[in-house]
Ligand binder design. Structure first.
Ligand code: NDP
Ligand code: PYC
Length: 343
């Protein structure tokens, strides 16, 4: 499925309409109503914010992974109250977002009581952007950090072959005046989804993103996807962060490392079967009511230093536009979605 604006003819849909359409697709392809609601909300909101690598572009992948039997769309997560600041969830080979939803209230209660709480999700599939998992905590005045590992496609710095996943890190913090401060970044030089989008559009990538099947640097996205691999961002520094994500999202949660699952016998499987960690902090325990003012001051100083764009600003601008004018999809994409929904 292509990103919007690839084709001359486009259509506009409103968020509710898109969410309902996606919900129908998930249900038609075997998920429970609850899982469908959660994933549709996540994916439609990504499209609303212009997070195209994890918006409707992902729907055919969700469908094929569900149809392959690789993931359980009906899984009921099992939440375990492990310790005063620790919640664990077995996602039951289902998606990570319903597991987070099931554990969320206990996690927040613990974070507010102890000042900090950890949520360890294992036996889970994450196929989405990570910011939707952390942003709502900051909307409630909490600070949140999350990491998730994916599938082997990144060569660790100094190594000869891929081992790590694209392993994103997302962070959200409240601020006094304006939307929370949120960043969400893959620890690879580029997200796998963006390489797929570039390959479909026939575009070349900037230098330094990946290597071909012989380990030689390439700007051809197809060479990366067909036997090649990605590089970490920032050389040894991104590589160290990616290693940290493997440790926190897999070793600490009880989930698979990015190299530990084998989907070869599940043609159509697309979703990494790994783990996810969230750390939620209640800043009122250390900073009283001042944290949001302090973060606002940091933003003020950054703008004063000449900064024009904070991470998250682009998404919020696009969000405002989508909510006012609708979400623009090319007609071919919309027709494909309607077909998948059986309309
Ligand atoms: P980007 O490089 O596009 O952006 C990373 C962060 O930097 C964003 O918060 C972005 O904000 C911000 N940013 C980008 N450009 C600027 C700028 N010029 N000035 C200030 N801030 C900027 O993201 P990635 O390609 O690394 O990741 C894309 C998505 O892929 C993420 O949502 C990630 O979670 C997802 N992903 C998911 C995986 C999974 O296993 N589920 C695996 C890998 C990636 P803004 O959003 O406002 O542009
Ligand atoms: O874009 O790298 C990616 C990705 C992996 C899993 C889901 N998204």
């Amino acid at each position: 499925m292509s990103a919007p604006h690839d084709h001359a003819v486009s259509s506009t849909v409103f968020l509710d309409e898109l969410t309902q359409l996606l919900e129908k697709i998930f249900i038609r392809h075997g998920t429970s109503h609850e899982v469908a609601r959660t994933l549709a909300h996540n994916c439609a909101n990504a499209e609303r914010d212009g997070a195209h690598s994890h918006g409707v572009f992902r729907i055919p992948g969700y469908v094929s992974t569900l149809d392959s039997g690789w993931v359980n769309g009906q899984a009921v997560p099992i939440v375990e109250d492990v310790a005063s600041g620790f919640v664990s969830v077995d996602a039951g080979n289902g998606f990570a977002q319903p597991a987070l939803a099931a554990a969320r209230s206990l996690l927040v209660e613990k974070a507010r009581r102890a000042g900090i709480a950890i949520l360890a999700i294992r036996n889970s599939h994450h196929f989405a952007a990570l910011w939707p998992d952390v942003e709502p905590f900051a909307d409630e005045g909490l600070v949140a950090l999350s990491v998730v590992n994916s599938m082997t496609c990144v060569v660790p710095h100094g190594a000869d072959r891929p081992l790590f996943g694209t392993n994103p890190i997302a962070f959200a913090a409240p601020r006094a005046d304006g939307a929370p401060i949120v960043f969400d970044l893959a620890t690879s030089a580029i997200a796998h989804g963006d390489v797929q989008i570039a390959a479909r559009k026939g575009e070349r990538l900037p230098a330094g993103m990946g290597v071909d099947s012989l380990g030689q640097p390439t700007c051809d996205p197809k060479a990366i996807l067909e036997g090649g691999a990605l590089l970490p961002f920032g050389g040894h520094k991104g590589s160290a962060l990616s290693m940290m994500v493997e440790l926190l999202a897999a070793a600490l949660t009880g989930g698979n490392f990015s190299f530990e699952f084998d989907w070869k016998n599940h043609p159509g499987a697309k979703t990494p079967w790994t783990g996810q960690l969230l750390i939620v902090i209640d800043p009122s325990k250390t900073a009283g009511q001042r944290f949001a003012e302090r973060s606002q001051e940091l933003v003020r100083q950054m703008h004063g230093a000449g900064l024009k764009r904070l991470p998250g600003d682009r998404r919020h601008l696009q969000r405002a536009r989508s909510l006012a004018e609708g979400i623009v999809l090319d007609e071919q994409t919309l027709a494909q979605l309607r077909e998948l929904a059986g309309e």
